[in-house]
Every structure is written in C-alpha cells, then in structure tokens.
Design a binder for this molecule. Structure first.
Ligand code: PGA
Ligand code: MG
Length: 226
C-alpha cells in the first residue's frame, strides 16, 4: 500500500455523471481520503465551498480556474485575475448582439470575482476575438467558455494551495477532464484523465482511466481508497 498523496480534483466531468450531477459514491472517497483534498474547479467559489461542506471535508478549494484559492487551514483566500477586465469583454460581446446564454437570474456568473463564463451554445469566435483585443483568453472546459487572464490557472493556484498546506505541487495526484486541468496536470506528481476528457487533458495526463466521469475518478483513485 502506497502512501496516499494529497489530491487535486476537478469537479465537472470528473466527480459528476454525464448530466453534471455529483455522483454520491465520490463523497465518502473524498471524506476518507488520507491526505488533503483540494477541489479545483472552473465554477465560482460558493460551489466548491458547498461541495466541501456537504462532503464533510475542510474547505480547500480552487475556484474560477485559479482565480480564487481558499484554504481554510490558514484562512488564506488568494485572488488572481480581474472580473472587470473579463466583464468588459462580455459587455462588448453583448453590445455586438450576442448573449451570455444563461437565464436572466445568472447563477453561473453571479458570484464570479475574477473571470466571466459564457454558455457553450453561444458563438465562440467573436468572444475569442474580443477577448484577444483585451489581452484575455477563452478556455473551453466542456461546460462553459471562460473569459480569463491567460496567466491565471488551476496550476498556479495549486502552487498557492500546496504551499498553504505545507506540500509541494509535485506531491499531488491530480484527476481531471479538460483544458482547464492541463496546468494542474503539468505540476502534479501524477496526472490522471478520466476517459471522457478532452484532447488537451488526454495529452497532458500520465494515465487515462478506462471508465468515464465519476466511474473514471473512482478507478483513478482505486489504490488509495480505504
Ligand atoms: O465550470 C466549468 O466550466 C467547469 O468546471 P470544472 O473545472 O469543475 O470542470
Ligand atoms: Mg472538469
């Protein structure tokens, strides 16, 4: 039995089923993990905080693709990125006749502090063009288009999280499914992509599971489960 490494785990596509519902079987795995678990997502801060709360684990989260890192152990909350800069891109996109694509009560961007997200049904090219004009980029997570500072990433945030927790990023096992996990995969000691991962994540992973979604996560961590 190998020592359990700290875990950096993506949410959508990794802890969920194909309909974005968290697979309940992952909750005891997170709760019984024998090292720190960092939940690293593109979603805004309340989502991973709630996931930790309801999974019964300490709040150790990376939100907004690295824009916000919160580690309860040290009361650290670290920001990267700039919502206003990203919002200016979205405003220009809307002025050009496009829509963010969410319901009027937009819970996707409501609490977002360092970037903005656009629904994937909306045209990508004009969003990329406007973002580039503003020195920003668009990342497609498979769940949303995120307009963000090119420098902010889950990987950079994992450096912060790891140091707050007294670990090296290379100590971590990372599991994920998409382009926004590539930066995490690059610095983690071991990077596992679930089978449903996009090409960027598949290429960056050390290993790919046979199973998809949460089944893939459960397979990835099989040797460390109690
Ligand atoms: O919010 C998204 O677009 C994707 O979220 P994830 O990073 O947890 O997969
Ligand atoms: Mg994901």
């Amino acid at each position: 039995m190998t020592d359990t490494p700290p875990l950096a785990v993506d949410v959508d596509g990794t802890l969920t089923d194909g309909q974005q519902a968290v697979d309940p079987r992952v909750l005891p795995v997170l709760r019984n993990w024998d090292a720190p678990v960092v939940v690293a997502t593109g979603k805004s801060l309340p989502y991973p905080v709630a996931l930790c709360q309801f999974a019964g684990i300490p709040t150790r989260v990376i939100a907004e693709n690295g824009g916000v890192t919160a580690i309860a152990d040290t009361d650290a909350i670290v920001y990267d990125g700039d919502r206003e800069a990203a919002q200016a891109v979205l405003d220009e996109y809307v002025a050009a006749g496009h829509s963010p694509g969410w319901r009027e009560t937009d819970f996707v961007n409501r609490w977002r502090e360092t970037e903005v997200a656009v629904a994937r049904e909306q045209p990508l090219e004009p969003l990329e063009d406007i973002a580039a004009d503003h020195g920003l980029e668009v990342v497609d997570t498979g769940y949303a288009y995120h307009v963000k500072d090119p420098e902010m990433s889950k990987g950079n945030a994992l450096r912060t999280a790891a140091s707050e927790l007294g670990f090296d990023p290379a100590d971590f096992l990372a599991v994920g499914d998409s382009a926004n996990d590539v930066s995490t995969f690059a610095i983690a000691g071991e990077a596992i992509a679930v089978r449903n991962a996009d090409d960027a994540a598949l290429a960056a992973a050390d290993r790919v599971t046979d199973a998809s979604y949460a089944d893939g996560f459960l397979e990835a961590v099989e040797e460390y489960r109690e």
